[in-house]
Ligand binder design. Structure first.
Ligand SMILES: CC(C)(COP(=O)(O)OP(=O)(O)OC[C@H]1O[C@@H](n2cnc3c(N)ncnc32)[C@H](O)[C@@H]1OP(=O)(O)O)[C@@H](O)C(=O)NCCC(=O)NCCS
Length: 209
């Protein structure tokens, strides 16, 4: 999606930035992990395929993605952006007849960053973005039955289990965006700042010159 190609969202512990070609090599390294492939139900891609995938996430109107950066690391301009990468968060508009339905995916790829509240923080930030900028009215999360951490996180975020598919060993959780959810999301992200990504990168670069 082009809508977020120059958007930076700054939260408490994270900065979300658009997925660019510069992020691909590290992303590709992450996805070589059999554990991440299994937890995210992903097939391994070649580096070229990963670059194509990055392009498709940028160009296709049904996909919106951000790379999650460690805010503290990113605040230090001597640390290159790729070294600040922690994971990614995506919205996928799965139903062409209903653009208000969005599937959410989150990956904290760096194991040392898991279990610290980052998954919950970025999911809320992305939900707020989806509701306010993309007009999402219903979120879905499809999670492997054995991924207890992810199921638990979405339940903590008020998602409800709607179905279990034994064939794909997958549970589907959903949340409808009503007025209470809108209020909860906007209360929670009042401290999130939206900035111009390119300007922020330029300011960082000037500080190291
Ligand atoms: C699943 C994932 C996104 C959760 O993000 P996280 O930053 O580790 O989770 P958080 O610290 O925000 O915790 C959120 C909730 O998850 C659950 N949780 C976190 N760590 C847990 C653990 N080790 N054991 C059990 N539950 C755990 C808790 O319910 C927690 O809520 P609480 O802190 O209020 O108790 C992250 O662990 C991850 O990306 N894992 C690898 C890839 C993956 O599984 N992606 C999801 C594919 S559907």
């Amino acid at each position: 999606m082009k809508i977020n190609e120059n958007t930076l969202l700054e939260g408490h512990r994270v900065v979300l930035v658009p997925y660019n070609a510069q992020h691909v090599p590290r992303y590709h390294e992450w996805m070589k992990s059999p554990e991440l492939q299994q937890l995210t139900a992903s097939e391994p891609l070649t580096l070229d395929q990963e670059y194509n995938m990055q392009q498709s996430w940028r160009e296709d109107n049904d996909k919106c993605t951000f790379i999650i950066l460690d805010k503290q690391q990113w605040a230090d301009p001597s640390v290159v952006e790729e070294q600040c990468m922690v994971g990614d968060v995506n919205i996928f508009l799965t139903d062409p007849t209903d653009p208000s339905l969005a599937e959410l995916e989150v990956m904290i790829a760096e194991p040392s960053y898991r279990g610290k509240g980052i998954g919950k923080e970025v999911t809320r930030m992305m939900m707020f973005y989806g509701v306010s900028k993309l007009g999402v009215k219903r979120f879905q999360a499809k999670i492997g039955l054995d991924n207890e951490v992810s199921v638990s996180m979405f339940k903590k975020l008020r998602f409800k289990e709607v179905s279990v598919c034994q064939v794909f060993k997958e549970v589907t959780l959903e949340m409808a965006v009503d007025e209470a959810v809108r209020t909860w999301l906007s209360d929670d992200v009042t401290l999130v700042k939206e900035k111009d990504y390119r300007e922020s990168c330029n300011s960082r670069q000037q500080l190291v010159l």
